[in-house]
Design a protein around this ligand. Structure first.
Ligand code: GDP
Ligand code: GDP
Length: 436
């Protein structure tokens, strides 16, 4: 469970510059799958051995002036509820603005670790006086920095790490951890209540010490399950509901801790960008997932409605082709317990290991049916394959010209492995290494 450090502040103060400099060259996993929304919303990073997740989702909000003020304030409030440390960025050249003061007021209200980051101090000697006014915002930690020129970022990170090391991280509860993700009104809260209510043996609410998140657990067929962040799901404030920033921040936190994710969709509506973005995070984090089409009770059904919905989802979410799709109603309880069967299955699949012998039998058969295409006049030979890890399942393919082995051929092998071994609900990773 890595701490969350959120960057907040009004537009143009240098938030994304700071984000980019701090995550540096940590390039995301190259993923050629079509349809994955790849915003740079968050990255894992570390400083002096302390790891954390840096979040900059400011870019998600409209920059229309009418909404700007309100949005920045909302964002600050959400960051305050959800993040462990906040980097509040202001523009040292522009001086203190009214909006900075309002955000500062919100951030001071709660007992959270806030570091006031006075940016654009490119010339420390000449501009030192520019920073004095900012002490008036009332934060103990003030870091004059230049994101662009990477000045003083180390000192600022030292302060971040100092705060992180003071956090008390809650103990993780035993059991299979399930994250319910999806946009507001998809039915996360209703499904949570349904799953907890269905089972008599609710164990306890598990309170995080310094965090506001509370998990709940239940037992089904002697197996224990933990629903992640039930408090966050149930907490409904107007602020959070219409703010994409909130659902994304919540999703990042929950997905990272999850063993299995439920992507909840409203069966009455089509998919939105927000659904895809959240789905993309689960995929990027390589977590197993069930697509849950909720509110099936009020969907008008004609012939093949379910079938058509399936096809639609497969087209719209091509990168989740491995995820089972279930149609439920949190309201009536229709098929909700079936979701637990999915969890059991895909959790086991996620931890499965296939022997090298079996893998290579299937690999050979696949190559007999369809040999790797010659490229640039060279014959490509795939020698063998091995599963190097489970949870998430990862495979290494040995090949004479790894750089020439086309992505689509790897997809072909992946499909053959899935036909032979299942791995339902699980993303699979392939690495190609050189071997003559
Ligand atoms: P955001 O809207 O808060 O994410 O701000 P951006 O990161 O997009 O930066 C806004 C502008 O400020 C850009 O033109 C940046 O090049 C500039 N900027 C960012 N950091 C610095 C800095 O440390 N010094 C100076 N002089 N300009 C900066
Ligand atoms: P959340 O924001 O994702 O937690 O969504 P909620 O659980 O609060 O549900 C949003 C609205 O949809 C509420 O009015 C629920 O009563 C309704 N709702 C949730 N699940 C179902 C369902 O399966 N069928 C119907 N008809 N309504 C549902």
């Amino acid at each position: 469970m890595k701490p969350i450090v959120a960057i907040v502040g009004r537009p143009n103060v240098g938030k994304s510059t700071l984000f980019n400099k701090l995550v540096g060259d940590r390039v995301a996993i190259v993923d050629n799958q079509p349809g994955v929304t790849r915003d740079r919303l968050y990255r894992e990073t570390e400083w002096c051995g302390t790891e954390f997740v840096l979040v900059d989702t400011g870019g998600l909000e409209p920059r229309n002036n009418d909404f700007m003020m309100a949005n920045i304030k909302k964002q600050a409030e959400v960051a305050m509820n959800e993040a462990d440390v906040i980097l509040f960025v202001v523009d040292g050249k522009a001086g203190v603005t009214a909006l900075d003061e309002e955000v500062a007021y919100l951030l001071r209200k709660k007992n959270k670790h806030v570091i006031l980051c006075v940016n654009k101090i490119d010339n420390f000697q000449a501009q030192l006086e520019d920073t004095y006014d900012f002490w008036g915002l009332g934060f103990e930690d003030l870091a004059p920095v230049s994101a662009e020129h990477k000045v003083n970022l180390g000192d600022m990170l030292d302060t971040v790490v100092e705060h992180i090391n003071k956090l008390e991280m809650p103990e993780e509860e035993e059991g299979i951890k399930i994250a319910l993700i999806g946009r507001p009104n998809a039915g996360k809260s209703s499904l949570t209540n349904r799953l907890l209510g269905e089972e008599r043996s609710i164990v306890s609410d598990i309170a995080g010490t310094t965090r506001d998140s509370i998990d709940s657990s239940f037992v089904h067929n002697d197996e224990k399950y933990v629903l992640i962040d039930t408090a966050g799901i149930r907490r409904k404030s107007k602020i959070e509901e219409d703010l994409e920033y909130y659902s994304v921040l919540r999703a990042i936190k929950s997905i990272k801790r999850a063993d299995v994710c439920f992507l909840l969709l409203d069966g009455k509506d089509g998919l939105t960008e927000q659904d895809k973005r959240i789905a993309g995070i689960a995929h990027e984090e390589q977590k197993p997932l069930v697509i849950v089409v909720n509110k099936w009770d009020i969907v008008e059904k004609e012939t093949k409605t379910m079938h058509k919905m399936r096809e639609y989802l497969r087209v719209e979410l091509p990168f989740l082709s491995y995820a089972p799709i279930e149609f439920v109603s949190a309201l009536t309880g229709q098929r909700t317990l079936k979701l637990i069967d999915h969890v059991d299955l895909i959790h086991a699949e996620y931890h499965k290991r296939v022997s090298t012998g079996l893998l290579n039998t299937v690999l050979k058969e696949a190559m007999v049916l369809n040999a790797p295409p010659t490229r640039k006049g060279r014959v490509i030979k795939v020698n063998y394959c091995s599963q190097v890890s489970s949870a998430p399942p990862k495979f290494v393919i040995f090949c004479n010209h790894p750089e020439l082995l086309h992505f689509s051929y790897i997809r072909y092998i992946e499909n053959k492995f899935r036909e032979a071994f299942g791995f339902e609900g699980c993303p699979l990773t392939f690495v190609v290494n050189k071997k003559g």
